[in-house]
Write a protein that binds this ligand. Structure first.
Ligand code: ADP
Ligand code: MG
Length: 393
């Protein structure tokens, strides 16, 4: 297995470090809603401060697409960071990135400097050479601690690395280590995949159908497979343009679909019933939706999870945002947690999956919770991530 260039392999004492982080966190009414992703960068920040480095942090927030969209300022993130690391001196520099910013940084004695949203700069998403050079000019060492952004080639993770010796942050090293293990799983290996759309996950399912013993499907994504098998699913979430792909994936004997589902009317979401997926082809009326996996499916998936030595989970099993339809997700989150960190290697990750992990309160029992959404999926597809290239040994 290829290894990443670690900050622990070099003498970094007293250096000025430019560190790309992913502080793209939910901001609600000017406050950070969930600092989970930020906390995951703390060990690296603390390590660098212990080595007497000055740390210049670069992050994006939302999609301002090269414009200075006020609502997407990193100021709330800066306030959160100050609360989380109260003994560290910090400065927020919200200037446009130009040659003058270097003067400002040179003058500042703050241990940690946070720059304004890097996506305010047009060059960021274009992996612009000039922006990379400018960023490179701000420090002596580059550290990538933004795994969740590694599936994109950015000025702040590709271009910049041409100008500075580049290394992986401690969390990124772990992401790489655990997800690499997930791709060479101890058998039996089980993947639990849910969420909204097949489009974003078909390649992962396909890769797992080669590497894993069972792929358990739930959530909106499973609806498309259920429909592809000829069932009527009413007004359920379904990728009707992905039916062909679903049929191809279904050819694998390893793919396991729900055997029962929770159905409700769309209007009130109060008329809830459990429907078996059996001979009767009609699961829903026209005004109804499938919103969760049923109890028999939980049991069936639990049996597979309990046999596994490797478990990977991405995507909720139902409409998690509504209390009535998160039972399947929470039940499996618990069963998986009970096996992880010991009997099996348990890894999970993904955008809404992180919310599910928070709701279930099971986070600390897993071997690893990935901070990557799209990046994790692309890694698990077996693809090389552009953001990792510069920091692989
Ligand atoms: P992740 O970000 O964890 O990879 P996705 O983005 O693929 O997950 O999907 C998460 C979303 O899928 C959640 O908002 C959840 O409400 C929705 N979802 C899951 N199952 C259903 C369903 N049966 N009907 C409607 N939405 C669903
Ligand atoms: Mg998502």
């Amino acid at each position: 297995m290829k290894k990443l260039k670690s900050i622990k392999d070099i003498d970094i004492h007293g250096r000025k470090v430019l560190m790309r982080v992913d502080f793209n966190v939910p901001v609600i009414k000017g406050k950070v809603g969930d600092n989970f992703k930020m906390e995951r960068a703390h060990p690296t920040i603390k390590y660098l401060l212990k080595q007497k480095c000055q740390v210049i942090l670069v992050s994006h927030l939302g999609r301002p697409e090269g414009r200075r969209v006020k609502a997407l300022t990193l100021k709330p993130v800066f306030n959160q960071l100050r609360m989380d690391l109260p003994s560290v001196s910090m400065k927020f520099i919200d200037d446009k990135l130009n040659d003058r910013i270097n003067e400002k940084i040179k003058k500042s004695r703050a241990q940690v400097i946070l720059l304004e949203n890097i996506r305010y700069e047009k060059g960021e998403d274009k992996n612009d050479k000039k922006l990379g050079e400018l960023l490179g000019g701000l420090a002596e060492i580059y550290v990538n601690e933004a795994f969740a952004a590694c599936h994109r080639a950015l000025a702040s993770n590709v271009a910049v690395a041409k100008y500075l010796p580049s290394f992986a942050g401690l969390n990124l090293e772990n992401e790489y280590k655990y997800l690499t293990r997930a791709l060479k799983p101890k058998k039996p290996a089980v993947a639990l995949i849910g969420g909204a759309k097949i489009k974003t996950k078909a390649a992962v399912i396909n890769n797992f159908s080669k590497l894993y013993n069972k792929i358990l499907l739930g959530g909106g994504l499973a609806n498309t497979f259920i429909y592809a098998k000829g069932y009527e699913i009413g007004d359920s979430l379904c990728d009707y343009d992905q039916i062909r792909k679903a049929r191809i994936l279904l050819k694998s004997k390893k793919v396991v679909l729900p055997v029962d589902v929770v159905v409700s009317d769309k209007k009130t979401r109060r008329k809830i019933r459990v429907v078996k997926i059996a001979k009767e082809k009609k699961l829903c009326n026209q005004d109804e939706q499938i919103l969760d996996i049923g109890p028999e499916t939980i049991k069936l998936f639990a049996v597979e999870i309990k046999k596994a030595q490797t478990i990977i989970w991405n995507g909720p099993m139902g409409l998690l945002e509504n209390k009535s339809f998160r039972h399947g997700t929470l039940a499996l989150a618990k069963i998986m947690a009970a096996r992880s960190s010991g009997r099996a290697l348990g890894i999970c990750g993904g955008g809404e999956t992180l919310y599910a992990v928070t709701l279930s309160k099971m986070g600390r029992y897993y071997d690893f919770v990935s901070t990557g959404g799209g990046a994790m999926l692309q890694f698990l597809e077996g693809k090389n991530l552009p953001g990792l290239k510069a920091i692989i040994k």
